[in-house]
Design a protein around this ligand. Structure first.
Ligand SMILES: NC(=O)c1ccc[n+]([C@@H]2O[C@H](COP(=O)([O-])OP(=O)(O)OC[C@H]3O[C@@H](n4cnc5c(N)ncnc54)[C@H](OP(=O)(O)O)[C@@H]3O)[C@@H](O)[C@H]2O)c1
Length: 356
């Protein structure tokens, strides 16, 4: 595999991760990445956004199962509405001796309506997750634009605004204060674009360790990906399988299906794995951190095992690099301000930050 995974120094303790009937994942075979600040992040984490399909208890149950199976990285967010239940699950696996807090990597995110109350929001997340610190805290979106859960995709909030760098920096300095206070180990961004990131890199005291962004074979974002990597910011790719369970409001007739792509299907057939697993292998071999969601034990297991076994060939990697269709699935329409023309305005396609 031509990537920079640190396989030699693993942080996983597999002695307690035996998971019947699958047998668990051997700790030494699950890779991680070292971030610029020295923190070590497992390259696969469990997503916890259940869309409209799964309740909080079900997702918390999946977290518990996942940790017993060998997952050490959980991608949370306050807006997912399940941090209290996940907190109970984490407390239980730690109390049962499955894992120690230090062996886990827990990410959470500040939601758009808390950009002016980051410390308060982080403390609420810590209380809900029953933790003393987070490994990673992200600004979920670079806009303070709130929308009611499950609202119609065309909803425009009266007070929604375009990106305002001065305001984002006020939010970012609150993020920095969390590191200084020891409440979070690392901070990062999500859903950023190149022009926004350039300004943040210019003005921050603490550089983000990662940017969490949509990436799957049909939406590879090569330019943004390279920009992050060139600037020492690692990439966490969300919706890595193409988010087949995403809400109806996030679907358009133009959306394509990664798992049905002949290139993905052919690699899956060669390896005898589900096409979903090929998407994850590609992600990790390309060099990004991947956070697939599932609450199904067999799928969670296949995903974890898949990134530790049977790499894609150079030919398969090259073929997948050519199936990018620029197909963004999570378009973010609900964050648009009144005068915005279309969801493309959120993503600065011209190379300049889209103003109001
Ligand atoms: N930062 C952000 O703004 C942001 C945005 C979106 C998502 N995220 C994070 O990224 C995570 C993942 O993204 P996502 O949930 O949108 O999409 P995803 O991981 O691409 O897709 C999840 C779907 O794939 C299915 N699946 C998983 N493994 C499979 C396998 N081995 N075989 C067949 N099907 C499989 C699951 O099925 P089942 O339903 O049957 O389990 C689930 O419906 C989220 O949960 C969240 O933590 C972050």
């Amino acid at each position: 595999m031509k990537n920079k995974m640190d396989k030699d120094k693993n942080i996983f303790n597999d002695s307690k991760s035996k998971f019947p009937p699958f047998g668990g994942i051997k700790g030494g075979s699950v890779p991680y990445k070292t971030l610029y600040n020295g923190a070590k992040i497992p390259v696969i984490g469990l997503g916890t956004f259940g869309s409209d399909n799964y309740d909080a208890e079900t997702i918390a149950g999946a977290v518990k199962t996942a940790v017993k199976m060998g997952y050490r990285h959980i991608d949370c967010a306050s807006v997912y509405g399940n941090e209290k239940e996940i907190g109970v699950a984490l407390k239980e696996v730690i109390a049962e001796g499955v894992v120690t807090r230090e062996e886990l990597w827990i990410t959470s995110k500040v939601w758009n309506d808390k950009h002016n109350a980051v410390v308060e929001s982080c403390k609420q997340t810590l209380a809900d997750l029953q933790l003393d610190y987070l490994d990673l805290y992200l600004v979920h979106w670079p806009f303070p634009n709130y929308h009611p859960p499950k609202c119609d995709v065309n909803t425009r909030q009266d007070n929604a605004v375009p990106y305002i760098h001065e305001n984002y920096m006020k939010t970012w300095s609150q993020m920095e204060s969390l590191v200084d206070a020891g409440l979070v180990k690392s901070i990062g961004t999500s859903n950023m674009t190149i022009p926004k990131m350039k300004l943040l890199l210019r003005d921050c005291k603490i550089k983000p360790v990662v940017n969490e962004m949509e990436i799957h074979p049909h939406f590879q974002q090569p330019e943004l990906y390279k920009f992050m990597k060139d600037n020492g910011v690692e990439v966490i790719g969300y919706s890595p399988i193409g988010s087949p369970g995403r809400p109806e409001r996030d679907r358009t007739p133009e959306d394509t299906v990664d798992m049905e792509d002949p290139v993905i299907v052919a690699a899956a057939a060669r390896l005898g794995v589900h096409p979903a697993v090929v998407c994850l292998k590609w992600a990790v071999q390309r060099g990004q951190i991947t956070i697939p969601f599932s609450v199904k034990t067999d799928k969670m297991f296949n995903n974890l095992k898949g990134i530790t076994e049977g790499p894609l060939t150079d030919e398969e990697m090259s073929a997948i690099s050519k199936i990018d269709k620029g197909c963004r699935l999570i378009k973010g329409q609900v964050f648009l301000w009144k005068t915005a023309k279309s969801w493309e305005d959120l993503w600065d396609l011209s190379g300049e930050i889209t103003a109001g």
